[in-house]
Design a protein around this ligand. Structure first.
Ligand SMILES: Cc1cc2nc3c(=O)[nH]c(=O)nc-3n(C[C@H](O)[C@H](O)[C@H](O)COP(=O)(O)OP(=O)(O)OC[C@H]3O[C@@H](n4cnc5c(N)ncnc54)[C@H](O)[C@@H]3O)c2cc1C
Length: 351
């Protein structure tokens, strides 16, 4: 049986391990932490349709049916009952995939990128070939900071949608997501951690939906890769997941693209093909490229132009782009009704 070694047991590494182990490979996952999914994460998969791995009922914390988007204070999208998304119990979900697939996992086994070594039973051993799914620290492109906490609020107990507030000043966003133990509230953007922390605290104090809420968890954070897909190799390791930029740059959504990248890379290996070539051509790579292009345009605009651009988008276009689904039919239909906006938008987005 062929042996495949994978560094990092997040959504990308575990998905690749799952597919390869189920296909008969002898898979070993090396994970630095003792527990999986330790990194802060909002746990939202906004659109689970066509996800290449089933999320079993027991790992679904909340069902997401809609999305509300704001640009600064202005509501631009409010769509209900058009999504099948989830807030997941990420740790149990990942653990179950490892167990079900029969992949071997070595926890508290950190890979040293300078020496290409992992420690096994206290002894260093070189990793010569395999996949690197170690997350944002291995990503060389642009990253933003993101922070989150959990609040308790009676008013939000039945929340079944994602609420995202794009902020044209910080070129980032605040989010309010249904959570498993409360409501997840967070911020991501081009600011340092201290500044984001202050902004998040102010948001919780001032936002009308959160006024009656109580913060029940410390503010924690990490970075998010927003520079787009970059399929550079690390030594002889193929990067997948956030390490290779599989994150939607406009919203910071990384679980779904990381899972897809892990499965796509694994499929290439099983079929004797080059994983990087398959990843380069994947639909998710194209969708990330479009978001990255929009983000770059938005970054170079003056603030009022930025606001105009984001609020110009018809609701369906905004939702399709923000969710990274890029359903061409929905986008075309929405733009067909507003040819004046289509021309403006295309001018911004470019070719
Ligand atoms: C505050 C915040 C909120 C977020 N909310 C959402 C959300 O709601 N929905 C969403 O889709 N995305 C969200 N994201 C992004 C999402 O968490 C990541 O994009 C996604 O988890 C990436 O998956 P991955 O498997 O590539 O990497 P990770 O999930 O980062 O997994 C990498 C794994 O590799 C391990 N590792 C790292 N270095 C080493 C090493 N040297 N040796 C061995 N193991 C190592 C880590 O411990 C980790 O387990 C959020 C991110 C942040 C920061």
């Amino acid at each position: 049986m062929d042996k495949i070694e994978i560094i990092g047991a997040g959504p990308a590494g575990v998905s690749a391990a799952y597919y390869l182990a189920k296909s008969g490979y002898n898979v070993v996952l090396y994970e630095a932490n003792e527990r999986l999914a330790k990194k802060p994460c909002g746990l939202g998969i906004p659109s689970a349709k066509n996800l290449p791995i089933e999320i079993k009922k027991e790992f679904i914390g909340k069902v997401i049916k809609g999305v509300t988007l704001y640009v600064d204070e202005m509501k631009t999208v409010d769509e209900n009952d058009f999504l099948e998304g989830y807030i997941i119990d990420k740790e149990s979900f990942l653990e179950s995939l490892v167990v079900e697939s029969g992949a071997e996992i070595r926890k508290k086994s950190s890979y040293n990128p300078l020496k290409s070594m992992v420690r096994e039973n206290g002894k260093p051993r070189e990793i010569k070939k395999g996949m690197l799914a170690g997350g944002f620290t291995f990503y060389k492109g642009e990253k933003i900071n993101a922070l989150q906490t959990v609040v308790k609020s009676r008013d939000l107990e039945d929340l079944n949608k994602l609420i995202i507030f794009f902020d044209t000043e910080i070129i980032g966003y605040y989010w309010i997501f249904p959570g498993i133990n409360g409501t997840e509230v967070g911020i991501g953007g081009y600011r340092d951690i201290n500044n984001l922390k202050k902004l998040l605290e102010r948001f919780i104090r001032k936002n009308y939906m959160l006024k009656a809420s109580k913060v029940i968890s410390p503010i924690v954070g990490a970075q998010i890769a927003v520079g787009g897909v970059s399929l550079d190799m690390h030594k002889n390791l193929t990067k997948i997941g956030e390490a290779a930029g599989f994150v939607f740059p406009l919203t910071g959504e990384g679980i779904r693209p990381s899972i897809i990248s892990g499965i796509e890379a694994a499929k290439a290996i099983v079929n004797g093909k080059n994983p990087r070539e398959r990843l380069e051509k994947a639909d998710v790579t194209k969708a990330i490229k479009i978001q990255r292009r929009i983000l770059r345009r938005v970054q170079t605009m003056e603030r009022n132009k930025r606001r105009e651009f984001l609020s110009l988008m018809p609701a369906q276009v905004h939702a399709e782009v923000a969710l990274g689904r890029m359903n061409k039919q929905r986008i075309a239909m929405a733009l067909a009704r507003r040819p004046d906006l289509a021309i403006k938008l295309l001018k911004y987005i470019g070719d």
